[in-house]
Design a binder for this molecule. Sequence first.
Ligand code: XCC
Ligand code: SF4
Length: 664
Amino acid sequence: MAKKRRTPVEASRDPASVFMLELAEESGFETAFSRADDMSPCPIGEKGMCCRICSMGPCRLVKEGDVGVCGATLSTVVARNFARMIAAGAAAHSDHGRDLAHTLLAAAQGNAPDYGVRDEAKLREVAGYLGVEVNGQPVNELAAEVARVALDEFGKPFGEILYLKRAPEKRQQIWRELGIEPRNIDREVVETFHRTHMGNDQDAEHILDHAMRAGLSDGWGGSMLATDLSDILFGTPSPVMSEANLGVLKGNEVNIIVHGHEPTLSEMIVAAAQDPEVLAYAEEKGADGINLAGICCTANETLMRQGVPLAGNFLQQELAILTGAVEAMVVDVQCIMQAVVSLSQGFHTEVITTSRKAKVEGATHIEFDEHRALEIAKEVVKRAIDRFPERAKTNIPSERSDLIPGFSHEYIEYALGGTYRGSFRPLNEAIAAGRIRGVVANIGCNNPRVCHDSLHKDVVKTFLENDILVVETGCGAIACAKEGYLTPEAAFEYAGPGLREVCEAIGMPPVLHMGSCVDNSRILTVLSQMASEGGLGDDISDIPAVGMAPEWMSEKALSIATYAVASGAYVIMGHHSPVAGSEVVTELISDGWESKVGGRLEFIDNLEEIVERTIAHIDNKREALGLSEYDASQWGRSGDAKMNQLVDLPLEERIEASYGTVAK
Ligand code: XCC
Ligand code: SF4
């Protein structure tokens, strides 16, 4: 029996996406939205109750008390499945980090001539964290040494991950006492697969403790290295201006979408698209220019550093192709739906895979090689140009919103403390005084099982009204960018009186875009620095903060959630629990983990409850710190002169006024 499909307005909260979904419906194209409607999730797998790790099974356990052929209990099966998801997520983030270390090494040795150290200060800082002595050696020598030590972090036989030292003292102690301090990055992932192989770890609590260790190897290991090494190679982000949504596609230019996660190739495509010879070629083919736009976290990487506009988030990858205006979609790794290739065959769009780790049947594969980076990037761009004359009718939605991303932890520190004395003290003080009630990190994916972007937009709107500062990464950040929350004047429109005062004083948006999914490590850094600044306790778990991924979909999101919890945070995941099959496991990752590490993980499918529990947690933490009760009526008397002024300025001048000169 055919199932009922949602209408476009039921499926997405984003007007540009609704427009594209209407078009898809009219022209009979399938999308992830329609496929989700047609295919119900498997009711046993959905709750983590199916075990298929050996061929005595697969065993479907349907209720408490059922056991598999080997006797595995429901809690064991659910915990094993969950741990494997976390390990896969940790593997994806960390392998991305590893590749950047290889790129840095190749660049430092002169084998990747198109790359180099762009941020020497960051290189020296990272050298410090990794115990590499800075003694006036040439930059490339230092970079090579840093890259080598970074690579060792993935597989060194002894010791523990060096970056653990960047966490508050108290936090490190908790990890070591529990025995969950990651030893190296790969080992914790490998050990997860060993433990969850048939016939090993069959104690849910013990499995889940190790899952935290695997998660930590991502957060304080692979992801943190990915962020740092990207900053060294491509520059540490600071505010830039840009735009978001499908309306950034151009009717008269060659549109190239970069999609996936790594900055390595996309940075070269940015360079190739500015090459005079390439631009002349585009003109020859009748185009007015070359327009780059991003999807998913490749988008966030090129946005943060180059201001490349965002075409959209995860659920817009097919919709971009449906515009008929995309000449090429260039993908690297992660979050690439196989469906984009079959869909592209109905258009002139060429999907180009570039990673040696990710081919898609039917796509053009041009393998990226960092040794000939720019040359390959030019080839890719020229292929896109060649498609331009084949373009048929286009349907580009008009929606595009301004945004100012680029809030690296370094920049936040600088903005708060001023040029000569970067500091998190003003942020701590604003929280202590109650101007800022607390902090929410809203991150993660889209999922066609929930109305696209709706949870991101609704939770964030409520938090802003409640004077809660929001920091974001990934597709959540893109959702809010499209809604216009990522501009300084959004404080004027959406923030409560206290938060608005702070934003006004600094000229910052009430929602700070901190980067891609690996850049959640920047949030760990901010939280650690807030803890060591004093005034808000001495550990991450003391800070009035909550993390959430209301529309999560990927295993990476589970890894992030787990390392955030193991670092002391309360984390709420939206809409569906992959451990719903076991009350024991549900209890172990919430109350159980809270008693061990101070953070807890909950899956909540209801918007009101997400908001309620978040605010309650923030207020409880405030109370535990002995801070004044939040009282909005105290604030907002400082006047909004600067904000009023800002609102009337064009974007470019607004940014100048707030941040001085910025890159475009
Ligand atoms: Fe992928 Fe990072 Fe999720 Fe978006 S948010 S759907 S993981 S692109 Ni990380
Ligand atoms: Fe079934 Fe046990 Fe094999 Fe899992 S490990 S498939 S529960 S027999």
